[in-house]
Design a protein around this ligand. Structure first.
Ligand SMILES: C[S@@+](CC[C@H](N)C(=O)[O-])C[C@H]1O[C@@H](n2cnc3c(N)ncnc32)[C@H](O)[C@@H]1O
Length: 227
């Protein structure tokens, strides 16, 4: 059962608000009320104690595996890779955004360890895969028939704003400081840059990943299936 908003009757979203704001101020749902539901996707612990996780209302009380399996039915043929040779703290943000866009898999290249804080536990429902080297990642992408597109604002890059992104695509991001390695750019079909107009040399890698993922979403996703 979804808890009522203090300002709005249940089931009647405020017409002035959008989908991500409808549940503003609510922090999950309390213990299940009413007859015990007979649905194997639901978690008895959550039903008994309430569900305060960072999940959309459609997944309230669902078991963790059930949520992942449901997203699996409609994941996009979009993969994200981020180089992690210096332990980049932006990876959590990348994982959270990838989860929001139902990305197939996030690939971490280099070090296995990464700071999960920014992921806000969304990594539970997101497929993650590690590759020791860029060469290993590229070989895997070729076997899977994915076109690799590097994202960086390096000389010769193509503006992301006008580029046509491949549908079966792996977007590859660099890290703070060095940016995308030359090896990765050489292996990519193209490198796309995000237009900038201020003084900074670059934007945060997590922000860049969000912009690039959304560029793919605008070109290829079925928007009628968004929440
Ligand atoms: C902070 S940047 C560092 C590298 C950057 N080339 C520089 O000269 O400072 C880290 C990563 O964020 C992404 N990024 C940042 N700004 C970008 C932009 N304007 N266009 C495309 N990617 C960008 C790229 O993936 C890049 O490798």
């Amino acid at each position: 059962m979804i808890l009522d908003s203090p300002r709005q009757p249940a089931g009647e979203p405020d017409p002035g608000k959008g989908p991500t704001e409808w549940n503003e101020g609510r922090h999950g749902v309390g213990p299940w009320e009413g007859p015990w539901p007979d649905d194997e996707r639901l978690d008895p612990e959550l039903l008994e104690h309430g569900d305060h996780r960072n999940v959309v209302d459609a997944y309230r009380y669902w078991k963790r595996e059930a949520v992942t399996q449901d997203i699996d039915k409609r994941r996009h043929p979009l993969h994200i890779a981020i180089e992690n040779f210096e332990n980049d703290s932006n990876i959590g943000t990348v994982v959270r955004t990838a989860n929001a866009f139902a990305v197939d898999t996030v690939h971490i290249v280099g070090r296995r360890r990464w700071n999960r804080r920014g992921a806000m536990v969304t990594d539970r429902y997101q497929h993650l895969r590690h590759h020791d080297t860029v060469a290993e990642l590229i070989e895997w992408a070729q076997e899977e028939g994915l076109t690799v597109v590097a994202i960086d604002n390096t000389p010769g890059s193509v503006p992301l704003e006008t580029a046509q992104l491949p549908k079966r695509c792996l977007l590859l991001f660099g890290q703070e400081g060095p940016g995308v390695t030359q090896q990765a750019q050489d292996a990519a079909r193209m490198t796309c840059s995000i237009a900038q107009f201020g003084s900074t040399r670059s934007i945060n890698a997590g922000v860049a990943a969000g912009i690039a993922m959304h560029a793919w979403i605008r070109q290829h996703a079925d928007l009628s299936r968004a929440w």
